[in-house]
Structure formats: structure tokens, C-alpha cells
Write a protein that binds this ligand. Sequence first.
Ligand SMILES: C[S@@+](CC[C@H](N)C(=O)[O-])C[C@H]1O[C@@H](n2cnc3c(N)ncnc32)[C@H](O)[C@@H]1O
Length: 252
Amino acid sequence: MKPYYSDPYITIFHADALDVLANAEELALMLGGGFDCVSTDPPYSSGGAFRGDRVQKTSAKYVNSSTQAHRPEFSGDQRDQRSFEFWCVMWLRLAWHACNPDAYLSTFIDWRQLPTMTDAVQAGGWIWQGVHPWVKPSARPRPDGFSQSSEFMVWGSRNPMGERDNKTARYPTGYVEESSPRDREHIAEKPEKVARWQLSLVKPLGLVLDPFMGSGTTLRAAKDLGLRAVGIDCDEHSCEIAARRMAQGVLL
Ligand SMILES: C[S@@+](CC[C@H](N)C(=O)[O-])C[C@H]1O[C@@H](n2cnc3c(N)ncnc32)[C@H](O)[C@@H]1O
């Protein structure tokens, strides 16, 4: 498969993640070894209490109505509950196969889909290691209710963490605090600070996989940390944004 973009650190594919992951073992070998980390943010297929809510446009589900800006809709966010779980198990398993024995996984999810994702991570063969909150200090207060000020990262490892050869001797915190980027170009764009934190345990020059890269925040963080990364997205507008962000060279 021909990359949409590539430089010495970053390779981007405009494709369905399952199609690339079906050959990801060969891809990883071509890039000099398996992946050391899967750090990603799949479409949550969330955003409401009822099936009718879930099939709404991503802009209706995930953008605060008072801050509506014109950002393109993104794909893959309307699965029902059972197919969301099956689909997560498929990509999690394919990614597992493409990883080194020392690899770890960190995947974003919201509170509604958290139990499903922790099941899917384990069904995909990963050892579930925990859940990390991403705390958004600028979240709106909610009258007579607790503010929805967090999303979550489920993390896991391919093998028990204590048996990893690639110990990094780093001690990252168990949560990360940062507001959503104000000037984001993608509806679900995550802060670079959070993406860098997710990569805290990757060995120097390690190889990172983001099968649902969106605007390429994980790739940007990887490049800034001197890591290599492969990103995939099925929407061309996401690939365009990500490729533009990669062309900026190393920022840190
Ligand atoms: C939640 S967004 C990721 C946002 C990203 N973290 C960022 O900071 O911009 C999920 C992305 O997955 C992409 N996507 C959905 N289904 C996909 C599939 N089957 N294969 C590849 N990409 C897919 C969507 O187009 C969307 O850009």
C-alpha cells in the first residue's frame, strides 16, 4: 500500500485501519521491527443515551453548541453497541500481532464506552493494566450534576509489564490534565500534551502505531519526542491535516 505521506519519522496511510492492520506485521518489519506502542483514539460510537442519539452527526454529538465551528464530520462513529465491541476486538487483536513483546497500548474512550473498551482490550489479547483520566479543567459546570470533565485512556500491555526488556525508568503520573485545543481542526482533536504523556514509556527511537490518527496528534507528539510512527485514517481530510502538521519538522 502506498503511503499518503512519509518522512524519516512518520508514515501515513489513507485507508481503513483493518486493511492496513491485516498486513501490519510485514509493515512493522519493513520499518525495522514491531511496534513498541499502540496509542490511539478510535471513534467512540457514543454521544447519547439512545440509538437515535448515536447515529447523529459527529458535530452534533461532540461539539459544544455554543462553540460550533465548521470542522468536517468524521467516519465510523455510528456503530451499535455489539458491532462497536466486535470491531474494537478486531483492530485490537490485529494491532497486538503487529507489536513487539514489550509493547503497550493506550486508547482513548469516554465514560459511556469505558466498560466495553476494557472488555475489548482483554478480548483482543492485551493484559489490561488500568484506566487513566484525562481531566479537562475548562469543562463546563453542570447545574445539579457532576461536570463531565474527563475522558479516559485504557492501557494494557502485550506481556506482563514487569517482564519487559525495554524498561525506561520513567515514572509518569496516573492522570493528565489539559483543556481541549481551542483552535482544533478536527472535531475530536486531542491535546499534544496528552498525546506526549501517552508515549511516556516508549523506548528511544521506538515505533508507535495510531490506527485512527485523525489530525495526527499522536504522530506530532511522536515526532517531537524523536520517535517513529505510523498513522492511519480513512478520511482524506484527516490525512491532509495530519500531513500538514508533520511537514513542520521537529518542534521541541
Ligand atoms: C476520534 S478521531 C481521532 C482524533 C485524533 N486523536 C486527533 O487528535 O485528531 C477518530 C478518527 O478515526 C477515523 N476512522 C474512523 N473509522 C476508521 C477506520 N475504519 N479506519 C481508519 N480510520 C478510521 C476517523 O476518520 C477519525 O478521524
